[in-house]
Ligand binder design. Structure first.
Ligand SMILES: Nc1ncnc2c1ncn2[C@@H]1O[C@H](COP(=O)(O)OP(=O)(O)OP(=O)(O)O)[C@@H](O)[C@H]1O
Ligand SMILES: [Mg+2]
Length: 252
C-alpha cells in the first residue's frame, strides 16, 4: 500500500500553508498514519510552527549525510520530516532528490502532506507533480485569489487533481464572499478558517492542540474528515505511479 500524497500550495506567499499543513496533519493523524514533510527547502518553517528543534533534517537527507528514517520526528502525534532553517543547508541540497525521499516515505504512511513553497519555483513544481491531489490555500484578497488561480492552472498542467481550496484568514466584514471566490477559482471550497489572533500568538503550539473546539480547529477537523471520506475513491497504487511519472520527467 502506498500513501496518498497531497500538497498544500498557494500562489501568494504567507497565506497560511505551513500553519494549515501542521494543524491538518495533526487532525488527520487521529485517524490515519500521517507524515507531514516540509517541502519548502529555502524558507522552511514547519518545524518552528510545531515547536521542534530537529538535529537531522531533510537537508541532511538531500545532502546524503542522513537517512530518511533519521529525519522523521513525532510532534503532537503526527510524524514530521522537517527541513533545516539554514540557507547553507538549502544551497547544498539537491531538490530533485526529493522524489526519492518521497518514494521511500510513501511506504511508511497512509497520507503524506507536503508543505510546498509559494509560487511556481522548482520545489513547488516538484511537490505538486509528485502529488495526486493538491489543496490551494488563499486569503480573501484580490492578489491572493489571482495568484491562487495561477496555482490551479499550474497544478492542472502537471495533471495533479486540484481537490479544492481553503479560505484562510476570513473575516465576516470582508466584501468578497466565499461563494464568489469559489466561482473565480473554479475549485470546491473545502473550508473557511477565520482570522484568529491566537493562531499567530501560539507560534509553537498548533491551534488545534491549544483549542480543539475553536472555529479554526473545527474547520480543520471538517477538512480532515472530507479527506478521509474520499479514501474509497482513490487507488493506493496511484501514488507510486505518480512518483514514477515524476521521476521519468525529472527536471534538469
Ligand atoms: N487564520 C489565521 N489567523 C491569523 N493569523 C494567521 C492565520 N493563518 C496564518 N496566520 C499567520 O500568518 C502568517 C503566515 O502563515 P504561514 O507561515 O503558515 O504562511 P505560508 O503560506 O506557509 O507562508 P510561506 O508562503 O512564506 O511559506 C503566520 O504568522 C501565521 O501565524
Ligand atoms: Mg510556509
Amino acid at each position: 500500500m502506498y500513501a496518498r500524497t497531497i500538497s498544500i500550495i498557494s500562489g501568494k506567499g504567507g497565506v497560511g500553508k505551513t500553519v494549515i499543513t501542521a494543524n491538518l496533519g495533526i487532525a488527520l493523524s487521529k485517524y490515519r498514519r500521517v507524515i507531514v514533510l516540509d517541502a519548502d527547502l529555502a524558507m522552511a518553517n514547519l518545524s518552528i510552527v510545531l515547536g521542534m528543534k530537529p538535529k537531522v533534517t531533510l537537508h541532511d537527507v538531500l545532502m546524503g549525510s542522513a537517512t530518511v528514517e533519521d529525519s522523521i520526528y513525532d510532534a503532537y502525534g503526527v510524524k514530521v520530516v522537517p527541513t533545516g532553517i539554514s540557507l547553507d543547508g538549502f544551497e547544498k541540497s539537491k531538490p530533485e532528490d526529493m522524489f526519492k525521499v518521497i518514494r521511500e516515505i510513501l511506504e511508511n504512511c497512509d497520507i503524506l502532506l507536503l508543505d510546498a513553497p509559494a509560487g511556481a519555483e522548482r520545489t513547488t513544481i516538484i511537490a505538486t507533480m509528485t502529488s495526486e491531489d493538491c489543496i490551494i490555500v488563499t486569503n480573501p484578497d484580490v492578489s491572493a485569489i489571482t495568484d491562487a488561480t495561477k496555482s490551479r492552472i499550474i497544478a492542472e498542467r502537471l495533471k495533479t487533481n486540484v481537490r479544492g481550496f481553503i479560505l484562510n484568514r476570513y473575516k465576516k466584514e470582508i466584501k468578497i464572499k466565499p461563494d464568489k471566490i469559489e466561482d473565480v477559482l473554479r475549485v470546491p471550497l473545502l473550508g473557511i478558517i477565520p482570522e484568529d489572533p491566537t493562531v499567530s500568538i501560539h507560534q509553537t503550539e498548533p491551534f488545534i492542540v491549544k483549542d480543539p473546539y475553536s472555529p479554526a480547529s473545527k474547520a480543520i477537523y471538517n477538512i480532515a474528515k472530507q479527506i478521509i471520506h474520499e479514501e474509497k475513491n482513490w487507488e493506493h497504487s496511484n501514488s507510486l505511479k505518480r512518483i514514477q511519472f515524476a521521476l521519468s520527467r525529472r527536471l534538469s
